[in-house]
Design a protein around this ligand. Structure first.
Ligand code: PLP
Length: 437
C-alpha cells in the first residue's frame, strides 16, 4: 500500500461483534451492508479509512461518492469547528452571513442564468424540489426520466428511479415516464444518441398530453453503474423537451464538484445548459447538505407561497460547504480528478486486455465503472464473480463500490485527493484478485 502518514487513535468503543448486535437489534433491517463480513470503520483521513484494529483501507467509494476532498480534510474540519462553536443553527427566518455568502459562492460556480439557490439536506429532497419547480413553472405534469437512473428514496424520487432494486411496492411515480436508457454498452442503439432520443419523442407523443413538465437525468448514471449517456443524447433530448413545454433538470448529485475531471459540472461535458441543477453528496464532503440551483424566472414560480425546511443551509453545513469549494479551487481537486482519473482509466483498460471477465471500462475523471461479464459476446452479468473480487480486494485493503442494474459493475469513485500511486495500488490489487479467482 502506498506510504501515508497517519496513525489512527486507539479504538476504545464496543467490539465489532457488539456493534453488529446493536445494529441488528436497533437499526432498521432496510439498512444493508456490502460485505460478507461487514467492515467496521472508526476513522477516516483523506483517501483512507481505518477499522477498529487500525487497519488501513484505500477508500475507492468515498462514502458513496460523498467525500469529495478527503475524509476529515483539515480545512473542512476547521471551518465546521469554528462555526460549530459560534452558532450551530438558525433557520432562514433570521439573517445569517454563512448561508448568504455560500449561496453566492455556489452561484458563482454555475454558468449562465443559474443563480438562485435553495438549500436542502439530501439529494432526494433536492430532486423533489426540482420536480416541484418544473411543474409549478411550466404548469405541466408529466416528467420524463431514464430507465436505470437513480434519483433518491422519497416516494416522489423513488418513482423517478429506473431500477427494481430501489423500488418499494408503494404508490410512486405519478406522471413519470421512463425512457429507454441510452446505454452505449447494453442499449440496442449502441452509442447513437439520436436513436435513443427518438424514443423520448415517441414517449411524449404516446404517453403524455403532448406537453411535459420536464426531463431529469444524471449526466453519468451513478448507482446505475457509471453509465455514460450515448453521444449527442442530452442535447437532442433537451431540445425536444423544451419544444414540448418542459424544463431540463441535471441531477449532479454524483457528477458535480469536479468529479468528472474535465468539467466542474457533468452537464458541461455534454454541452447542454439545464434549467435546474440538483446537487448533494460531494457538496459537503459528508455533511448533510444539498441544493437546487435554478434561474430567477423559474425560482419565482414558487415565490407566491412559502416553501420552508428547517435545516437547509444550516450555518455549520454552509461553513463546511464553503470550505469544500475553497479546497477544490486551491488544491486543484478537479485537475487531480482529471489526471489521476485518466491514468486509472488507461490502467483499467489495460487490465481489460488481460481479464475476459471485464466486459466494459467506462467513465470520466474519478467517476469510473467496470462491468463484469461471464461472456463478452452474451454480456451475461458476472454478479457472483464481482462479489468474490470485491471481498478479496477488501482483504487486500481496497474498499470498492458496486452497482448497476445487475449488481455486476464496480463503481470506482474515491475521494478526489487520491494519488497516482493509490490508483496503481487499486489496479494491482484488482489484478491479483481476478488472477486468483
Ligand atoms: N441523485 C443521485 C444521482 C444519487 O446518486 C443519489 C444518491 O445516491 C440521490 C439523488 C439521492 O441522494 P440522497 O441519498 O442524499 O437522498
Amino acid at each position: 500500500m502506498p506510504p501515508f502518514k497517519h496513525t489512527p487513535a486507539p479504538y476504545t468503543g464496543p467490539s465489532k461483534e457488539e456493534v453488529i448486535a446493536l445494529r441488528k437489534k436497533y437499526l432498521s433491517p432496510a439498512m444493508f451492508w456490502h460485505f460478507r463480513e461487514p467492515v467496521m470503520i472508526t476513522e477516516g483521513k483523506m483517501q483512507y479509512l481505518f477499522d477498529e484494529k487500525g487497519r488501513r483501507y484505500l477508500d475507492a467509494f468515498a462514502g458513496i461518492v460523498t467525500v469529495s476532498v478527503g475524509h476529515c480534510h483539515p480545512e473542512v474540519v476547521a471551518a465546521v469547528d469554528r462555526q460549530n462553536s459560534l452558532l450551530q443553527h438558525t433557520t432562514t427566518i433570521y439573517l445569517n452571513n454563512e448561508i448568504a455568502e455560500y449561496a453566492k459562492e455556489l452561484a458563482d460556480k454555475m454558468p449562465g442564468d443559474l443563480k438562485v439557490v435553495y438549500f436542502v439536506n439530501s439529494g432526494s429532497e433536492a430532486n423533489d424540489m426540482a420536480l416541484m419547480l418544473a411543474r409549478a413553472y411550466t404548469g405541466n405534469y408529466d416528467m420524463i426520466t431514464l430507465r436505470n437512473g437513480y434519483h433518491g428514496m422519497s416516494p416522489e424520487t423513488m418513482g423517478l428511479c429506473g431500477q427494481h432494486t430501489w423500488k418499494q411496492p408503494i404508490p410512486q411515480g405519478f406522471g413519470v415516464r421512463h425512457a429507454m436508457n441510452p446505454d452505449p454498452y447494453r442499449g440496442p442503439f449502441g452509442n447513437d444518441g439520436q436513436k435513443y432520443a427518438a424514443d423520448v419523442a415517441d414517449l411524449i407523443a404516446g404517453a403524455t398530453s403532448g406537453q411535459v413538465a420536464g426531463f431529469i437525468a444524471e449526466t453519468i448514471q451513478g448507482v446505475g453503474g457509471a453509465v455514460q449517456l450515448a453521444d449527442g443524447y442530452l442535447p437532442a433530448v433537451h431540445k425536444l423537451v423544451r419544444e414540448h413545454g418542459g424544463v431540463c433538470i441535471a441531477d449532479e448529485v454524483q457528477t458535480g464538484f469536479g468529479r468528472t475531471g474535465s468539467a466542474f459540472w457533468g452537464f458541461q461535458n455534454a454541452g447542454v445548459m439545464p434549467d435546474i441543477v440538483t446537487m448533494a453528496k460531494g457538496i459537503g464532503n459528508g455533511l448533510p447538505l444539498a441544493a437546487v440551483v435554478t434561474t430567477p424566472e423559474i425560482a419565482a414560480s414558487l415565490a407566491k407561497r412559502i416553501h420552508f425546511n428547517t435545516f437547509g443551509g444550516n450555518p455549520v453545513c454552509s461553513a463546511g460547504g464553503r470550505a469544500v469549494l475553497r479546497v477544490i479551487e486551491r488544491e486543484g481537486i478537479q485537475q487531480n480528478a482529471a489526471a489521476v482519473g485518466s491514468h486509472l482509466l488507461s490502467r483499467l483498460r489495460a487490465l481489460q486486455q488481460k481479464h475476459d471477465l471485464i466486459g466494459d471500462v467506462r467513465g470520466r475523471g474519478l467517476m469510473l465503472g467496470l462491468e463484469l461479464v461471464k461472456d463478452r459476446a452474451t454480456k451475461a452479468p458476472a454478479t457472483a464473480e464481482l462479489g468474490e473480487v470485491f471481498e478479496r480486494m477488501k482483504d487486500m485493503g481496497v474498499l470498492m463500490g458496486k452497482g448497476g442494474l445487475y449488481g455486476n459493475v464496480f463503481r470506482i469513485k474515491p475521494p478526489m485527493c487520491i494519488t497516482r500511486q493509490d490508483a496503481d495500488f487499486l489496479v494491482d490489487v484488482m489484478d491479483h484478485a481476478m488472477s486468483t479467482l
